[in-house]
Design a protein around this ligand. Structure first.
Ligand SMILES: [Zn+2]
Ligand SMILES: [Zn+2]
Length: 361
């Protein structure tokens, strides 16, 4: 199975920022949310892997590029390969008789086709066997759910006294809500979602309270103790109360404006929504409230229970224990040759009520 991600839609529709273009190579077979089965292994690999059901960490790190360990970049050496600093360069390894093209991710790479196809090649370190207990429709969510897990573990969320607000109703927002709860955040959790099926999902994943944008969101903010003021020009602003942390899983000017205005003094904003260009963004409250604005990308080695597991391993562990709550996330499965219908359902998610659309080769 290959999931359709918001970033895929953003790239296809030219809505994503062009800033990441040097860190991809094209033409590419898209798809970086990948569940598959190993059909063939290289000569030095354990043949026992053949037949194994695996999820693929699509990030291409220095090891995948073929660089010797002493030549790995600082991010890869730290186990945080999601920020591999060599993504704009060719690799040392050859694929198909030529040196590996630049690119950060399978799915945006000219030589390493992604999950919206019948087969792909991956490095052994990118493969993670899927526990028997996980249904395909849960396992295909390991990649997007790991993004929430990584952000919760890398930020101070688990020691936050709360309240925490999660803005958004895409898979990443749900991954943040699920990750907060399944990893042990016990404070008040408010989710901002629009449509009834999204509200139901947010509640099922562990939100204490759901609000729609606008009046309901404002009431919830005021309930934290925030006092509202109306400047002579521009929208309402607040002082006092507020959220200790806001996870902005939309990344639009309006969501970031809301985040900046509803975060408590010395609180944190976590950007998970592929935020790009923001014309006319008012950053006043970033300094006026001494806020901390953080961004996280993908996954890596986590500091977790005395070890350093890969985010995927933690996610699958939690899915085995707590994955039933995720069963409403994959709303649509399309055969690969109906990919246009799949993209349409994902793009028009308001009408289709899609949360996660998946292609089945
Ligand atoms: Zn994605
Ligand atoms: Zn690297």
């Amino acid at each position: 199975l290959g999931g359709i991600c918001g970033s895929d839609l953003g790239n296809i529709s030219f809505k994503s920022s062009p800033a990441m273009e040097p860190f991809g190579s094209f033409p590419a077979v898209l798809g970086h949310e990948i569940l598959g089965r190993v059909t063939e292994v290289g000569p030095e690999m354990d043949p026992g892997l053949v037949g194994q059901r695996v999820v693929v960490d699509p990030m291409i790190h220095c090891d995948v590029r073929g660089h010797a360990p002493e030549a790995w970049c600082p991010s890869c050496r730290a186990g945080l390969h999601g920020t591999c600093e060599m993504a704009g360069e060719e690799g040392s390894v050859e694929v198909g008789g030529k040196v590996l093209s630049p690119g950060a991710t399978i799915g945006y790479h000219a030589d390493l086709p992604g999950g919206w196809g019948q087969s792909l090649i991956a490095h052994e370190r990118q493969l993670f066997p899927v526990p028997e207990a996980l249904d395909d429709r849960i396992a295909v969510l390991v990649e997007p759910m790991s993004i929430g897990v990584h952000a919760v573990l890398r930020s101070r969320a688990l020691s936050s006294p709360g309240p925490i607000l999660v803005i958004g109703s895409g898979a990443i927002a749900f991954s943040a809500i699920w990750a907060l709860r399944t990893l042990g955040y016990e404070g008040h959790l408010v989710a901002q979602a629009k449509r009834p099926h999204e509200v139901a999902l947010a509640k099922a994943l562990g939100a204490d309270e759901t609000v729609t944008p606008g009046d309901e969101a404002r009431s919830a903010l005021v309930a934290t103790g925030a006092r509202a003021y109306m400047p002579m020009v521009g929208g309402e602003v607040y002082a006092g109360g507020g959220y200790d942390m806001v996870f902005d899983c939309v990344g639009s000017p309006s969501s970031l404006t809301q985040s900046l205005r509803s975060t408590a003094a010395r609180g944190s904003i976590v950007l998970l929504g592929c935020a790009g260009q923001m014309p006319k963004l008012d950053l006043t409250f970033l300094w006026a409230r001494e806020l901390d604005l953080q961004g996280y990308v993908v996954y890596g080695r986590e500091d977790w229970k005395g070890g350093a597991p890969h985010t995927f391993e933690i996610t699958m562990d939690r899915m085995v224990a707590d994955g039933d709550r995720l069963s409403g996330l994959v709303t649509h499965v399309f055969p690969l040759d109906q990919y246009k219908d799949g993209l349409r359902a994902a793009y028009n998610h308001r009408e289709s009520k899609a949360v996660k659309v998946v292609l089945e080769p």
